[in-house]
Design a protein around this ligand. Sequence first.
Ligand code: HEM
Length: 459
Amino acid sequence: MEQHKTAVPGPASPHARPWPLLGHLVPLLRRPLAFMQDARGMGEVAEIRVGTTRAYLVNSPELIKRILVTDADQFADLGNLFERPRKWIGPSVVLVTGEQHQRQRRALQPAFRRTVVEEQVETIRQAVVAAGATWEAGRPLAVRDEMYGLIIRMTYRYLFGADPAPKVLAELVRLLPVVEKGMAFHVINPLPVLSGLPLPSFRRFFQAVDRVNQVMSDAVSLMPQPPGAGFVSAARDAHPGGQAELVRAEATAMLLGAVPNTSAMLTWALHELAAAPGLQQELRDEVRTVTGGRAVTAGDLHALGGTTRFVQEILRLYAPWLITRRTTAPVVLGTVRLPAGALILISLHALHRDPKMFENPDVCDPARWLPGTAQPVPRETFLPFGAGKRRCIGEPLALVELIITVATVLADWEVRPLAARDGGIPRRLATTAVVHPADVPIIPVPCEYQSAPSQGKEP
Ligand code: HEM
């Protein structure tokens, strides 16, 4: 008879030693990348403790595929991790399961078709040019803040078909990092009672969530009633009756799904480009050859092969560090028997850096994506947007935003590094729902020939 064992106890390296009471929570939050990478050595399924909660970190690509795609129904319970954000945000597609999820997802899907996204290329490009117009030649640029603001603007525009008023944009730029950071703590905090403590940082978090909801509510209420196209119309279809509060829940969830991830990828992209002047020039040459100096358009996307491969490589290197599931019934995973309700952790980040899958996994090498290379990348284990029924709905938008932003920045600017580097990853990392460099100061220098109007002088 087949033998089943319990999961291998979790990683015990210096990065990942459990703390009394809190278990692996502290190392998980402090050094998530090192933690996840260490855990890979602990077998297909490693047991992690977060307070009194046991969780199972799944490292095998085959088992990850089973969880997300083939046997997704056995892992479809979002569990109490999602109950808390559902209370704060409402029953958006991200936070509901089963039939309800499928219904909402089906209704929202048309707003994210590639053709719909491509209609936005010019507004995406204009947003990048407008951001560039505020950069000063030779003056260090706080790239993370810059990309955060840029993606908030693009996402708002995508959702509501209009730019946010400057006051609204400034408020979202201030509030979203507070929500993002607080969410990371309050969602996995093993002692819910802690969240009720009257600490100033907790109060700031809950006030920021309320305010973001209010801003989204105001934006939804300004939208014309159907008929109309676009996200708000799809969100009204997702909720029979089209109650404004439920449409607002979808909008808040989209903003929170889009901004941290996409802005982190762009920050990493500029960070890698600043460190690789040769690659930077190669991509700039590609953009110039394709556009001949005019503004980049949707029709250019297919010709920007090098830029697309670079974006893929960034998505491989900096994929989300954690997604979660819960088992709906007792289940055997590999050689491990798990009870119903078991919390499953998957790190796409660690998966993409597995040396068994990717040669020199920590190296940024867009050439690995060239067709016909000796060591083709295993595309089935490249999952930056997840897989299966819950695969990222915003993937087409994110890809276009990343490619157009990189191409537009490179056409106009050379980016030079200022940050100290430590094995390719800046020393100070910040971890929320995504892992991003705490900041990447970069020096922008205008290129000799600019394809679009932007200000700034040679240093
Ligand atoms: C580079 C940027 C992005 C990355 C890496 C990313 C990654 C992901 C991943 C891995 C998932 C699956 C989570 C899971 O299986 O539990 C997901 C889901 C989701 N993402 Fe994204 N995402 C990005 C951008 C966006 C954008 C631009 C939007 C919307 C405008 C968005 C909205 C969503 C939503 C709504 C879901 C939940 C889908 C569902 O449950 O049916 N994401 N994303």
